[in-house]
Design a protein around this ligand. Structure first.
Ligand code: ADP
Length: 216
């Protein structure tokens, strides 16, 4: 079983690359952000934390993750998008890797500068129905019809935490909590750095090269 962890600052393209990997290789896509946004529909505390760009407690995230990992669609391999988010989560995940007998655990670090990430975030819109992501400020990522999903024609929505103010907080949380994972996984020898300032197809090619060079 293959586990692919994507680490990146907010809006570096984790979701977009995950979708491309799912489509081509059939991996399951596990986005803790998507799962938490679903929970936030009925939980005011989580809703306000997400809107403030704060991390949700490790126990809540683990509970959601463990339930998700036992689904059949994960057997072929899965992409962790947005998890782990701090060293404690990474250490707890190491135990899961052993328990599930995961043979290949690869970490891909999408590196992007703060200005590029901000530009991507303020233009980001997504489809509430099929979750496809677009960007109304980046030519190659615009929907064909403004405000409508190319695939299912649903009205596109903007995440409440995708604004320049919350971005600043999310970026700080990333630097303080998530960036230390880069060293953590470098020491384990499983980290692969990808320059994420390129277009999505070029990034995907690099990721495919990395995954192709690693046996399950
Ligand atoms: P981004 O595009 O900023 O990386 P995500 O969709 O991955 O956004 O996450 C959105 C929010 O969900 C985060 O700002 C955080 O509040 C919460 N979140 C997501 N994953 C985790 C996690 N593993 N641990 C704690 N909080 C998380």
């Amino acid at each position: 079983m293959r586990s692919i962890i994507l680490i990146a600052p907010p809006a570096a393209g984790k979701g977009t690359q995950s979708d491309m990997l799912v489509e081509k290789y059939g991996f399951a896509h596990i986005s803790t952000g998507d799962m938490l946004r679903e929970v936030a529909k009925t939980d005011e505390v989580i809703k306000s934390k997400l809107e403030n760009g704060e991390l949700i407690s490790d126990d809540i995230v683990f509970d959601l993750l463990q339930k998700r990992l036992i689904s059949d669609d994960c057997k072929k391999g899965f992409i962790l998008d947005g998890f782990p988010r701090n060293v404690n989560q990474a250490k707890r995940y190491d135990q899961i890797v052993e328990e599930l007998g995961i043979s290949s655990n690869v970490v891909i670090y999408l590196d992007v500068d703060k200005e590029t990430a901000l530009k991507r975030i303020v233009g980001r819109v997504s489809c509430p129905n099929c979750h496809r992501v677009f960007n109304d400020m980046i030519e190659e990522a615009m929907p064909k019809v403004s405000g409508k999903c190319d695939d299912c024609s649903s009205e596109l929505i903007r995440r409440t935490d995708d604004n320049s103010e919350t971005f600043g907080k999310r970026y700080d949380v990333y630097i303080n909590n998530t960036a230390p994972l880069i060293d953590y996984y470098l020491e384990k020898g499983i980290l692969h750095k990808v320059d994420s300032g390129m277009g999505k197809d070029e990034i995907f090619e690099v990721i495919e090269g990395i995954l192709g060079g690693i046996n399950d």
